[in-house]
Design a protein around this ligand. Structure first.
Ligand SMILES: *[C@@H]1O[C@H](CO)[C@@H](O)[C@H](O)[C@H]1NC(C)=O
Ligand SMILES: *[C@@H]1O[C@H](CO)[C@@H](O)[C@H](O)[C@H]1NC(C)=O
Ligand SMILES: *[C@@H]1O[C@H](CO)[C@@H](O)[C@H](O)[C@H]1NC(C)=O
Length: 976
């Protein structure tokens, strides 16, 4: 999929650099008897595989099977012996405490337990078979080369977490927070089950627990009893509560305590505090986590129990501790924070250019234009369609034949195999398709060569990695022995084709667009917001698994059936028996496929563009993918419900260390309408990755399609552009410190239990609170201002810059007519802002302003990080630390006046353009200043000072001369 970056708006939009490629479905096999014409269009129907090709065995998920055996009731558990202490912990033997139950595999007789304290905040608990051989190693051990194992140096006596264990009635353990004696994890009382295709451990929980994470899933932010979180990478269009693209076996748990439980007074509300901790199961196998009322049951189809506990005790600390171990988020290039327009259905260069021109015409900022699979020749990666997307448009067309992609890869043994050693050939967009084996070193070289060969033909700045679960449209190696029938059309109907799904409109479309709805034959009933699972094993007849064969594994149909969205593990992806060089089965590494592809793409791009930060947006991610890539929310729908889900999805990815996140704005599948797109273009302006994307055949939804959306988009973009330096600084802190960019209210206000499930509002950093309208037909929105009623915090309305005043109740109804998104600045923060231009490049050349939002304590702080915006290791950087305070006193005339002091501390040599500071706006200034003479570093300077009593706002402008026309050249202090 391709995107071209708009480099200079002023000089008539030029499609300059980046072409982002769909590098998902890989090289087409070079055997197609070309029944296809040279110029394929999206709708060309040719050979297809049978529609049944993507249907697997009919299975009933274990959790839905009333007759399923409960391993806890039939298995014996283990006994710990031979405890052997060392510096940082101990090891022990675990032996089966009775006859094997062999319930969903073969029980493993002997295990080794390793307990290791890591630094102060980490605890590592590992349980693996005592006898791991080179043959079965991949069944149990996740290689550190693929997924790093947390290694916090040093084990200290004052470790936060304690490990205790028991052998009665069988082996179980507790992890306890030492300071409070709080048990954060307890398998005591349940059995450990460890078989070759099934592992189960259970931790008992407090009532009404708050878990977050365990992605990827479309769900509210808090995960609660009743939900089963299945983790198995799947190409599935954002079904609610099912497994989708990414695999993140990590959760954050937050527990609230009543600080003064004896307080029964009605006047003083109960005071709370909370602690948070993190639990990471470093395991890449298919797995699921069953959330019950009183326990959380973790089941995996292989691997080991490789648990890491992070003590927190706050969310920011848990996240930082976790991200320091799995890989900190990669720094993004500055321009990637600009606006991206995309769709499937921009059929050729001229249509693409027309879209770009329209943005110019309506003066809507546009940073990049993206193409979906339309640009490809026969949907092949690394090959542009010569008629619709020729290279020579603006660039010499190179004649290198990209079928070399396949031949090269095949010659170097870079593709996955069948168990018999022949090529594994699935089916994706180009037809029969082979899949790179990224577990093999030489594949990286081939991937690099292929990527750089294409780069020679079309220069790109980034790559969009779609479908890397990895998707395949047929079960098994359907191309084997079948190559003469290369399908140029997938087995399913493409959007717009006869018999394909008819696109729906958003909720309430029939009300807001009655005429259009009637003529479209649109029914009056609004569809259920939640999309149904794409493939449910409806009236499933149970797949008849025999009892597991001792010592052997049935990897295509494991005895324990996870609640996979597609049922059979082989559906819509490569089969579990697809084989890597060296014999490793896809069964053992499936969830890593997307991650390895992202990692290799990062390597390729750093080789092609040395020193430059790769821009990669990937669909399937794993623990640590944020170290290489951003992520978009996948194939969502043009529904208000999905606009809402974008918030909890983004917040989960904050916890997973992938802050570069956004969803297909206005929705991918289905038709958007004016109201939805108006709201959504505004909401996404506050997400790091801001892209509008649409499916082929749906109605156009670029922001210029509706007049009100043009206005709404510009209004929100205007704020986004002002906040870009702030957002970029947040990314810097995510990159160096493991901070989050988008934040849940509960993380900023950890002592307010009422926020535990708050996911209809969010913070951007700690300074910006966004309260969007998420439902159809509303002109107001209910929101909270945490800390306001409690008296700890103050918020300023972005638009009128006055402090928000709310009655003493928690939920406030806020005016939010169409085109208005409520945004607030939280007191205590200083923002360095710039202005909106058509691209980020030009915005970076505008004068600076400073918004100082005073906190309750009459203080405010902020930071600004500056660098060249592209380099992995910039030659120079600059960190600006800003602080301000005000103090009221009575002047000689006994009038109340305010004294102001602002300190700016500049560290580092980076010189941007030495741009001036235009003005400073101070919010929340209770009384006028004592005069208008501004001093900088004790020198009287010329400036303009205005105080607005009604808004309690003080504006100091015209500071240019005072600072020699440079805002951040050196440190300074301002007093008034
Ligand atoms: C459960 O077992 C009963 C009794 O053998 C049988 O009638 C029923 O069909 C089984 N249910 C499923 C879902 O297999
Ligand atoms: C684990 O914690 C529970 C609950 O506090 C306690 O009853 C049990 O004795 C503990 N077990 C171990 C092994 O520490
Ligand atoms: C976990 O909770 C479920 C649901 O209440 C229950 O059926 C199961 O027995 C519990 N498991 C253990 C090991 O306590």
């Amino acid at each position: 999929m391709a995107a071209s970056r708009i480099a200079g708006w002023a000089q008539q939009v030029m499609l300059l650099t980046s072409l982002l490629a769909n590098t998902s479905d890989f090289a087409a096999v070079d055997t197609a008897k070309p029944m296809a014409p040279t110029s394929l269009t999206t709708f060309q129907a040719q050979v297809t595989v049978a529609p049944t090709a993507d249907i697997g065995a009919n299975l009933i998920a274990n959790i839905d099977d009333p007759n399923a055996t409960d391993a806890q009731s039939v298995c014996p558990g283990y006994l710990a012996t031979q405890v052997d202490f060392n510096n940082c912990g101990f090891t022990a033997q675990l032996s089966l405490l009775g006859e094997a139950c062999n319930v969903y595999g073969t029980d493993i007789q002997d295990l080794v337990l390793t307990v290791e304290h890591q630094a102060k905040t980490g605890l590592h608990v590992n349980i693996q078979p005592a006898h791991v051989t080179s043959e079965n190693r991949s069944w149990y051990i996740l290689e550190e080369g693929w997924v790093p194992a947390p290694q916090q140096e040093g084990c200290l006596d004052e470790a936060d977490l304690m490990f205790s264990w028991t052998n009665t009635p069988s082996f179980g353990f507790n992890v306890t927070r030492k300071s409070s004696q709080e048990v954060i994890f307890s398998t005591d009382g349940s059995k450990l089950i460890y078989e070759n295709q099934f592992i189960e451990f259970v931790t008992s929980t407090n009532d009404d627990y708050n878990l977050y994470g365990l992605g990827e899933v479309i769900h509210g932010i808090r995960l609660q009893p009743g939900l089963t979180r299945t983790i198995y990478a799947a190409d599935a269009g954002d079904p609610v509560d099912a497994n989708i693209y990414g695999s993140h076996p990590f959760y954050l748990e937050t527990r609230y305590y009543d600080v003064d439980p004896d307080n029964s007074s009605n006047e003083t509300p109960a005071k709370h505090m909370s602690t948070s901790h993190g639990v990471y199961l470093r395991n890449a196998h298919a797995q699921e986590v069953l959330m019950h009322e009183t326990n959380v049951t973790w089941r995996t189809l292989g691997g080991d129990i490789d648990l890491y506990f992070f003590s927190g005790p706050t969310q920011p600390e848990v996240t930082s501790q976790y991200l320091h171990q799995i890989g900190l988020p990669v720094m993004q290039q500055y321009w990637t924070l600009g606006f991206h327009q995309c769709r499937w259905g921009y059929e050729n260069w001229s249509m693409t250019e027309e879209v770009v021109d329209n943005f110019g015409k309506f003066e809507i900022p546009l940073e990049t234009i993206w193409n979906d699979i339309d640009y490809m020749k026969g949907y092949r990666d690394f090959e542009n369609d010569p008629v619709r997307f020729p290279y020579d448009k603006g660039k010499e067309f190179s004649t290198v034949c990209t079928r070399m992609v396949f031949t090269d890869g095949n010659d170097t043994g870079s593709f996955m195999l069948n168990p018999d050693g022949t090529l594994y050939i699935g089916e994706v967009w180009p037809g029969f398709t082979v899949f790179p084996d990224f577990l093999k070193d030489s594949t990286s070289k081939w991937w690099l060569k292929t990527t750089s060969d294409w780069y020679k033909k079309i220069q790109f700045d980034g790559l969009w990695i779609d479908m890397n679960e990895v998707s395949s449209f047929c079960v098994g190696s359907c191309g084997s022995n079948n190559l003469s029938q290369n399908p140029v059309h997938p087995a399913f109907k493409l959007p717009g084709e006869p018999g394909a799904v008819v696109y729906e409109f958003p909720e309430g479309f029939n009300i807001t667009n009655a005429t259009e709805a009637a003529s479209a034959g649109y029914g009056s009933s609004t569809q259920a917001a939640a999309a149904s699972k794409t493939a449910v094993s409806s009236s499933a007849t149970k797949y008849l698994t025999a009892k597991p064969t001792p010592g052997e594994r049935d990897i295509n149909h494991p005895p324990y059936v996870i609640n996979h969205v597609h049922g059979d593990l082989a559906v819509h992806t490569t089969s579990p028996n697809a084989t890597h060089h060296g014999g490793i089965k896809e069964y053992d590494v499936h969830n890593l496929y997307g991650h390895m592809l992202l990692q290799n793409t990062y390597k390729a791009m750093t080789a092609i563009m040395p020193g430059k930060r790769p821009f990669i947006i990937g669909r399937s991610t794993f623990v640590g993918s944020g170290n290489y890539s951003g992520h978009w929310g996948g194939d969502n729908y043009s529904k208000f419900a999905y606009m809402f889900f974008s918030i909890p999805q983004a917040l989960s990815f904050s916890l997973f260390g992938i802050p570069m996140f956004g969803v297909d704005t206005c929705g991918f599948s289905g038709n958007a309408d004016e109201e939805l797109c108006n709201r959504w273009m505004q909401l996404s302006a506050f997400f790091p990755f801001y892209r509008n994307h649409n499916v082929v055949g749906a109605l156009s939804q670029e922001p210029y399609v509706w007049e009100s959306v043009i206005e709404a988009t510009k209004a929100a973009m205007n704020i986004r552009f002002q906040l870009l330096p702030y957002m970029y600084t947040l990314f810097y802190y995510a990159h160096v410190r493991g901070d989050t960019v988008m934040r849940a209210l509960a993380w900023e206000f950890p002592n307010d239990p009422s926020l535990a499930n708050a996911d209809r509002q969010f913070f951007l950093g700690s300074a910006i609170l966004v309260t969007p309208v998420l439902t159809q037909g509303q002109a107001t929105v209910d929101g909270v201002f945490p800390g306001l009623v409690e008296g700890t915090d103050v918020y300023y309305d972005w638009y009128n810059q006055s402090a928000v005043n709310v009655p003493s109740k928690k939920n406030t109804t806020i005016d939010a007519p169409l085109g208005h998104i409520p945004v607030y600045i939280r007191g205590g923060n200083i923002l360095a802002t710039q202005q909106m231009r058509m691209t980020t490049r030009d915005a970076r050349k505008t004068d600076w302003s400073m918004i100082v939002a005073m906190g309750k304590d009459e203080r405010a702080n902020g930071t600004l990080y500056l660098d060249d915006g592209v380099s992995i290791e910039p030659e120079s950087t600059k960190l600006v630390t800003m602080s301000a305070q005000t103090a009221a006193s009575k002047n000689a005339e006994r009038k109340r006046v305010t004294h102001l002091r602002i300190d700016v501390f500049v560290d580092g040599d980076f010189t941007d353009l030495d741009l001036p500071l235009g003005n400073v706006t101070i919010l929340g200034v209770a009384a006028p200043p004592d005069g208008t003479q501004v001093k900088i570093d004790d020198w009287n300077v010329t400036s303009c000072v205005e105080y607005c009593a009604e808004r309690r706002m003080l504006v100091i402008s015209d500071l240019k001369e005072a600072l020699n026309g440079t805002a951040w050249k050196k440190s300074w202090s301002l007093t008034l």
